[in-house]
Design a protein around this ligand. Structure first.
Ligand code: GLC
Length: 643
């Protein structure tokens, strides 16, 4: 055996911390330490001036977390280590919702799992549920206490019970870990306000405007409407506090290793409750550098690697999911590139795919999507995407200017078109979205709205049949891509949105609440009423996910390639896998569009369409015509597929 790289001082620390554990547990930790120590130490050395000390504190935290880990979660760790691809398999289906808007309480969610089972859900993201500040709290993204559950949802014990119940049904619980900021009411901020210098150093506080002004020259504004600027003066600390988001969300100083260690402890505690996936909220913003937009800085990836290595020591079943809603070029590093390959997050939101789906449906052209998605570097084999049609946030038009120019568009012009289209302001648009955060300085106009509202099934039902086809197409596209397709609560029942979103004074300024509707008992019952909107959407989405689960070539290990040279209204997605090839085709227009039969048979010799059960029947010219908004998954005819 080669000599371990783990320093003796660290081994001694671990031996002391784990002295009471049985030998097999101590052996397991020692093996993991040998495996992950280089990751952990390299990462802290890239960021902190005294890496040995920081690394020792992280290993101590991991050892304590490991010692406290319940037996059933140790067993889960073993299971996951034996099946490292568990989250990349085609039977993974995600669902995201607010616990209160879905089940009232955490216990209520546990009583309403049938609706999710019908969709094949294996991954449940419950929106922020840790104790937030009172009053407006950005949908829970202003956490006051990471060790308590939001009072009206239940208790920490309820959270543990729900995680256990979900696990027993094969559903992994996903929750948010808000890393960039805490609520102004969090204990750390309170202590800083009370004058404790150790806690003042948890935040980024400047005595006057000089430094903030210097940063502001290159900083964008996230919420220009209701939280302009990135700094807020606070009397308590007598200074300007960095507040990227709202004035009461205080950015943390990640250059202070104490912050890293605090979060390592929080990760251990959540992991030991049975949380299986941590969504690293607003991860792109963690590190600030003068003269930049203070996003996607290299230190972000080193910090993620340090936390990831710590988690792997104690709770290898836990996955990290990066919430980095950034441009296509910046996205890949969140799944690990270069020296961070395989060492940071396991999953990341495919924001580019999401934006391109909406862009294709509005423009009826696949050219920009083909160019932009085709230009992305290969996805690292250790990770995969969360693919989604929309989420709880607004849709920002992350169209790269270079991509737009490459297909004869201008970035600004196309972004304007998309906002106009989805706000229903463009002639012929069936959408009924709302403009979110119009920034006259940049021309930026993001859009809020449920999938139904954006596709033509909003309050005035501008194009119901087209809307169902587009909703189905969009879900077929996220499902044919590699990764975990996540259904956003309300979309599966074709909710037009929450018409009363502005009635709550705390939400009135933030129209993202329009697309965060409750899914009620009546909605769930409507899914079983033949011909209802809810039934059409639910059965359609469930069908996509069920079909996907039976297709091994949709495992994330199969690369995603785009088929060049098709009609400009048709996107072709090729998944080549040892078990066979699948060709996914979508027609993003409202007209019939042709696909040359020889293109289909070039990839799939004996083609059979398994999603829509369309008979592939070329005309005399050798063309197969796709109906408006059709989604086809074509694979080899086999005896199994004929059943
Ligand atoms: C993430 C969340 C968003 C929130 C922000 C600040 O982007 O998705 O809802 O406003 O972080 O926490």
């Amino acid at each position: 055996m080669p000599r371990s790289a783990v320093p003796d001082a660290i081994t001694d620390l671990v031996d002391a911390a784990l002295a009471d554990l049985p030998q097999h547990r101590r052996d397991a930790f020692a093996l993991r330490l040998e495996r992950w120590w280089p990751d952990l130490h390299d990462a802290v050395a890239a960021v902190y001036p005294s890496p040995d000390d920081v690394a020792a504190r992280l290993v101590t935290t991991a050892a304590a977390g490991f010692a406290a880990r319940p037996d059933d979660l140790h067993a889960l760790d073993d299971r996951r280590l034996l099946n490292p691809d568990w989250f990349r398999r085609p039977d993974m289906v995600g669902y995201a919702c607010y616990a209160d808007r879905y089940g009232g309480t955490l216990a209520g969610v546990g009583e309403r799992l049938e609706h999710l089972s019908g969709l094949g859900v294996t991954y449940l993201h419950l929106m922020p549920l840790l104790d937030p500040r009172p009053g407006d709290n950005d949908g829970g993204y202003a956490v006051r206490n990471y060790r308590a559950v939001r009072e009206d949802l239940g208790t920490i014990d309820d959270l543990r019970d729900l995680a256990t119940a979900l696990r027993s049904r094969g559903i992994s619980l996903v929750i948010d870990l808000v890393l960039n900021h805490v609520a102004r009411e969090h204990e750390w901020a309170e202590r800083a306000r009370a004058g404790d210098p150790a806690y003042r150093d948890y935040f980024l506080i400047h005595p006057d405007r000089d430094t903030p002004d210097a940063y502001e020259r290159t900083l964008p504004e996230v919420f220009p409407d209701f939280a302009p600027g990135n700094f807020t003066f606070d009397d308590g600390v007598n200074g300007w506090v960095w507040t990227t988001f709202n004035a009461w969300q205080w950015d943390l100083n990640w250059a202070n290793p104490a912050v890293l260690v605090e979060f390592a402890e929080i990760v251990m505690e959540l992991a030991n409750l049975g949380v299986e996936v941590l969504r690293l909220d607003a991860i792109a913003f963690l590190w600030k550098r003068l003269g930049t937009n203070c996003q996607n800085q290299p230190e972000v990836h080193a910090i993620t690697q340090a936390l990831r290595a710590t988690a792997r020591l104690a709770a290898p079943a836990v996955l990290f999911k990066a919430e980095a809603i950034v441009g296509p070029r910046e996205l890949l590093p969140y799944l690990g590139q270069g020296r961070h390959t395989g060492r940071v997050s396991d999953v990341a939101y495919h924001n580019s795919l999401m934006v391109q789906i909406w862009s294709m449906l509005a423009s009826g052209s696949t050219r920009l999507a083909e160019h932009a998605l085709g230009a992305l570097p290969p996805t690292p084999s250790s990770g995969t995407w969360v693919t989604y049609v929309r989420c709880h946030d607004d849709i920002g038009w992350a169209i790269d200017d270079g991509d737009a120019a490459a297909v004869g568009l201008t970035g600004a012009g196309h972004r304007r078109f998309l906002s106009d289209w989805y706000a229903g302001e463009f002639p012929g648009s069936p959408a009924e979205g709302l403009v979110f955060q119009h920034n006259p300085d940049t021309g930026d106009r993001r859009v809020s709205g449920t999938t139904a509202a954006l596709t033509g099934l909003g309050p005035s039902r501008r194009d119901p049949d087209g809307a169902f086809a587009r909703l189905f197409l969009a879900h077929a596209l996220i499902a044919v891509w590699g990764g975990i397709p996540v259904i956003w609560s309300g979309d599966e029942v074709a909710s037009p949105g929450d018409s009363a979103w502005a009635d709550d004074p705390e939400h009135a300024a933030d129209n993202r609440w329009v697309h965060r509707p409750a899914v009620t008992a009546a909605d769930r019952a409507a899914c079983r009423q033949p011909g209802s909107d809810a039934q059409r959407a639910y059965d359609g989405v469930a069908h996509v996910m069920r079909t996907r689960a039976g297709l091994p070539m949709l495992h994330a290990e199969a690369p995603v390639d785009l088929v060049p040279g098709l009609d400009d209204g048709v996107l072709g997605v090729l998944r080549r896998h040892p078990s066979g090839t699948l060709l996914g085709l979508v027609n993003v227009t409202g007209e019939h569009r042709p696909v040359p039969h020889h293109v289909i048979t070039h990839h799939v010799a004996d083609p059979r369409e398994v999603l829509s059960h369309h008979t592939i029947d070329p005309d005399d010219a050798g063309l197969s015509w796709m109906p408006p908004y059709a989604a086809w998954w074509i694979t080899e005819f086999t005896d199994a597929s004929s059943r």
